[in-house]
Design a protein around this ligand. Structure first.
Ligand code: MSP
Length: 512
């Protein structure tokens, strides 16, 4: 069986989850579910990054032991995964014992290869990014460009990693797409960083109390980014379960945000090359969620809480919004009015109405059973049959590129064509004039569109897909079926008993 190991970034444990975290987990989950439906054995991991200095500060403020605090926050992130139906196989916390072992092992290997040395570090540090910068990387008045807060000048004896030994080889692997970076714009950014030249970097911090001890020197802690990146091999079994590690590593995909590509596309592969561990196959950088074009922040009061969004619209509707309305790889807009509009238009009107009307007519005109397909009889039925036959090609091509909005557009185009078919062929007239064969053809095409749509939305809206299969009387488990097979035209068996039941998406009305 082909395997697929997918990871998200691990989230800082110094605050509660925000909608951006939910977005990254959902789009990764769509890929994980799609791959399972394509027959892959999938391992999907996420987790929390717990050794940041900010975690320690936050725990002190709350007068909690940092580990106790981390466990509380990790529980909230696990809950986020549960409410969004994220089908993870592992949730890793970097304070776990298996991770400490894995960090020590990787550093020992890098050191054995002669790549760790002691040196003097002088540079600027932004606490919020947990990142070192040169003066030229800050604004003219010494602020971090992302956080607009002053960076601290750090002067200390540190351990360094010989990045320079590997960057040329890394550049070649990126250029040959052996180590893939997508989208193209991010690949170009990384290549230009590498061409400008990359210095050795500091991998330890002196005088810190919170963090993993540096294996060579107990007076130092591992710099939090180095500790965090290693989570990807820890979750796969590195240093704790060789058989598991052999099965899952290298990762097939790291799904991350565009702000952390330097760490994932330069530093992480160099660490692995230095330790003699295979590189992940691909890093994909998604964009940022903005609210009406603006960064979400507490001060602006425009933060969308990920738990509130699910409470108001349901997990599937928010998942659908992420997939259909945000172009993967680009920044996207998100606010409650936009989710509501998408709910009422795409889910209630387009898909919901198609299902209600069609099943109603099948109950009325065909005694609730799917008729046999008698073949197309004119331009309209011919056109929809052709579109339905072409759906898998369009759908799979976009899903393979992680372009979910394209895949959803292909499904919704077919749904739109089916809704139009009802108007064009007016089944009530076909019934009145006794055109039974034509009526059955139209009914079959509507049901077939619904079945194909359910299969296509299964990775995005698993609960809804399950409900639609049930309405069609099909014993299909939305998390376990052969999607390529199910998305071929003409598989709906004649005689299947359908049942209209409750509407899937009752419209959300304006509050009076
Ligand atoms: N802890 C580091 C990642 C270490 S991975 C070895 C970190 N944490 S984070 O909590 O700040 O961000 C976690 C993920 O959420 C990142 O991939 C980041 O890009 C993503 N997002 C943070 N804000 C976001 C939005 N507003 N929109 C979409 N994704 C966002 O970075």
């Amino acid at each position: 069986m082909k395997k697929f190991y997918i990871t998200t970034a691990i989230d800082y444990a110094n605050s509660r989850p925000h909608i951006g975290h939910a977005y990254e987990k959902v789009i990764s989950d769509i890929i994980a579910r799609y791959k399972r439906l394509r027959g892959y054995d999938v391992y999907f991991s996420t987790g929390t990054d717990e050794h940041s200095a900010n975690v320690c500060i936050k725990a002190n403020e709350l007068k909690l032991d940092p580990k106790v605090y981390c466990d509380e926050i990790a529980a909230v992130f696990r809950e986020l995964c549960a409410v969004y139906n994220i089908s993870i196989n592992d949730f890793i916390q970097t304070t776990e014992e298996r991770h400490t072992k894995s960090v020590a092992e990787l550093f020992t290997r890098m050191d054995k290869n002669g790549d760790i040395y002691r040196g003097h570090y002088e540079g600027w540090y932004c606490k919020s990014c947990e990142s070192f910068y040169s003066k030229s990387e800050l604004t003219g008045d010494g602020l971090c460009k992302t956080h607009k807060t002053p960076a601290d000048l750090i002067k200390e004896e540190n351990y360094f990693l010989k990045m320079t030994r590997y960057t040329e080889e890394l550049q070649k692997r990126i250029e040959k797409d052996i180590f893939m970076i997508r989208p193209q714009t991010r690949r170009n950014e990384i290549l230009s960083m590498l061409k400008q030249g990359y210095n050795d970097i500091s991998v330890s911090r002196a005088n810190q109390s919170w963090g993993i001890s540096f294996p060579k020197d107990a007076n130092h802690k591992v710099y939090v980014w180095f500790d965090a990146l290693i989570n990807y091999i820890t979750a796969a079994g590195f240093a704790s379960n060789d058989e598991k590690f052999k099965k899952w590593w290298p990762a097939d995909l790291h799904m991350i945000g565009k702000d952390i590509i330097k760490f994932h596309c330069i530093i992480w592969p160099v660490m692995l090359m230095s330790a003699g561990v295979e590189l992940p196959k691909e890093v994909y950088a998604h964009g940022f969620l903005l609210n009406k074009g603006e960064k979400m922040s507490k001060t602006k009061g425009n933060v969308v809480d990920p738990f509130d969004a699910v409470n108001k619209f349901g997990a599937d509707a928010v998942r659908y919004y992420f997939a259909a309305n945000i172009i993967n790889g680009e920044d996207g807009d998100l606010n409650e009015e936009a989710i509501k509009l998408s709910f009422n238009t795409n889910l209630a009107n387009d898909l919901g109405n198609l299902i209600n009307r069609s099943l109603n007519m099948v109950e009325k005109y065909c005694a609730g059973s799917a008729p046999a397909y008698a073949g197309s009889f004119g331009a309209h039925t011919k056109a929809i049959e052709e579109e339905a036959r072409a759906l898998w090609g369009k759908y799979s091509a976009t899903m393979e590129e992680y372009a979910f909005s394209g895949a959803m557009a292909a499904v919704w185009k077919l749904v739109g064509t089916a809704n139009k078919l009802i108007e064009l062929e007016a089944p009530w007239n076909l019934q009145k004039s006794g055109k039974t064969k034509e009526l059955e053809t139209v009914m079959y095409l509507l049901l077939e569109t619904i079945r194909l749509s359910a299969a296509g939305i299964a990775p995005v809206m698993p609960q809804t897909a399950g409900k639609i299969f049930a309405k069609l009387g099909l014993p299909i488990d939305p998390v376990k079926f052969d999607i390529e097979k199910e998305m071929q035209f003409g598989l709906l068996p004649a005689g299947t008993k359908v049942s209209k039941g409750e509407p899937l998406f009752p419209r959300i009305e304006e509050k009076k």
